[in-house]
Design a protein around this ligand. Structure first.
Ligand code: FAS
Ligand code: PHB
Length: 399
């Protein structure tokens, strides 16, 4: 399938969307379904964004949003519905039952697949989505006619619009166009990272296992009945070259293994290191620029919230843009940032709580480790505490 490249001199649209990750692509689809025009600008290639391995867990709310965007057919066919996860510590493995505690489930379906589905839904009917753009710059954001300039196909282009959606992730450029002194950032860096692998082997457990151990955290996840996704806590400056496959499998077994339970091994298809960071920029809007997803906030992946929070943001933004372009009112656009940030901070807290409970910093003392085990034991034996984890994990906690 060839990507349609557009001759875009003097192009006009209603919404310029910067970034073709889950946030930008889902927003484009939600707007399209309401008859609102947008153009998506992405600086990487289609192949790159479709194969960038990231998140793996969708909240029920995210599945519903993708259904509303008309992109959930394969997800509903291939996604793995899970009604719980396991927490493991001190040689014990306990199940947190989402169905019993929160009356909900999650769906395991790789972010790569979400992105492929959203891109297909966009390009097949000819929706404007330009890959490999460069030099994106935003102009006149505090006027009613903002503009986006960029290079594509060796030519300079200008896109006139009414609104710019900054969906360009943690390393994007949109945030940098907010006037100095407007944005306030709040952050926490963690003294560890995740070394993640994708392996061609059937998952060793039906559900995810989050394991605390005195050697560090490990997570056993999956992508399909034939593909496992696993992570282990490592140093933030870890050198991947010092982790050959056999060392990774050995360490995963030491952290996840239980008497009589062996982790199945197989060919490692991909490995990488993900830094751990909590970061929020406030406000999430400036004039006609609206930030969504990682462009506005980052969470450590322990709570499986990054992708889900990005989709929550664009769900609110799409509703506000329908009010603006179709309803003729701008009040929900005016309160976009404040309404997003309530959920952002709930998800930031939950992600920090899961990360702090499960990861043993290298220089942790025995007292801190005892506190973690006490927290884990309480969370797995008290229905009140377990319900707190369940309702946050499935995305039903009040914000
Ligand atoms: P994204 O970063 O996905 O998309 C932004 C897009 O904008 C990218 O395609 C980028 O190429 C493009 N862009 C950037 N600058 C641009 C420019 N100047 N012009 C045009 N386009 C530009 N979350 C989880 O829940 N679980 C996980 O296990 C997990 N693992 C992760 C691993 C890594 C390495 C990273 C970085 C993140 C991980 N996350 C995880 C979080 C991740 O899933 C994000 O929350 C999610 O991708 C957010 O989606 P977007 O906001 O669309 O941002
Ligand atoms: C994943 O499958 O990639 C995954 C699952 C749960 C997490 C983080 C990552 O908390």
């Amino acid at each position: 399938m060839t990507d349609r490249s557009y001759d875009v001199p003097g192009l006009r649209t209603q919404v310029a969307i910067i970034g073709a990750g889950p946030a930008g692509l889902a927003l484009a689809r939600l707007l399209e379904r309401q008859g609102i025009d947008s153009v998506v600008l992405e600086d990487r290639s289609r192949d790159y964004v479709e194969h960038r391995i990231r998140a793996g867990v969708l909240e029920r709310g995210s599945v519903e949003l993708l259904e509303e965007a008309g992109c959930a057919e394969r997800l509903n066919k291939e996604g793995l519905v899970h009604t719980g996860i396991c927490l493991q510590f001190a040689g014990e493995r306990h199940r947190i039952d989402f169905d019993e505690l929160a009356g909900a489930s999650i769906v395991v379906y790789g972010q790569t697949e979400v992105v492929k589905d959203l891109i297909s839904a966009r390009v097949e009917p000819g929706g404007p989505l330009l890959f490999e753009v460069s030099d994106v710059a935003l102009h006149d954001l505090t006027t009613s006619r903002p503009r986006v300039t960029f290079r594509h196909g060796g030519r300079n282009h200008e896109l006139e619009c009414a609104v710019v959606a900054g969906c360009d992730g943690s390393r994007g450029v949109c945030r940098g166009h907010v006037a100095p002194g407007v944005l306030q950032s709040y952050s926490r860096d963690y003294p560890f990272a995740w070394l993640g692998i994708l392996a061609a082997v059937a998952p060793s457990n039906d559900e995810l296992i989050y394991a605390h151990s005195n050697r560090g955290f490990a997570l056993a996840s999956m992508r399909s009945p034939e593909l496992s996704r696993l992570y282990l806590q490592c140093r933030p400056d870890e050198d991947l070259a010092t982790w050959p496959d056999e060392r990774i499998w050995e360490e995963l077994q030491l952290r996840l293994g239980l008497p009589g339970w062996e982790l199945a091994k197989g060919p490692v298809l991909e490995k990488g290191i993900t830094p751990m960071r909590s970061l929020v920029f406030e406000p999430m809007q400036y004039g006609r620029l609206f930030l969504a997803g990682d462009a506005a906030h980052i969470v450590p992946p322990t709570g499986a919230k990054g992708l889900n929070l990005a989709l929550r943001d664009v769900g609110l933004l799409a509703e506000a843009l329908v009010d603006f372009f179709i309803g003729g009112t701008s009040s929900s656009l005016g309160s976009y940032s404040e309404r997003c940030l309530r959920r952002v901070w709930r998800y930031e807290h939950f992600s920090w709580w899961m990360t702090s409970m499960l990861h043993l910093p290298e220089n942790a003392n025995a007292f801190e480790q005892k506190l973690q085990v006490a927290q884990l034991r309480y969370t797995t034996t008290s229905s009140a505490a377990a319900r707190t984890l369940a309702e946050n994990y499935v995305g039903l906690a009040p914000v």
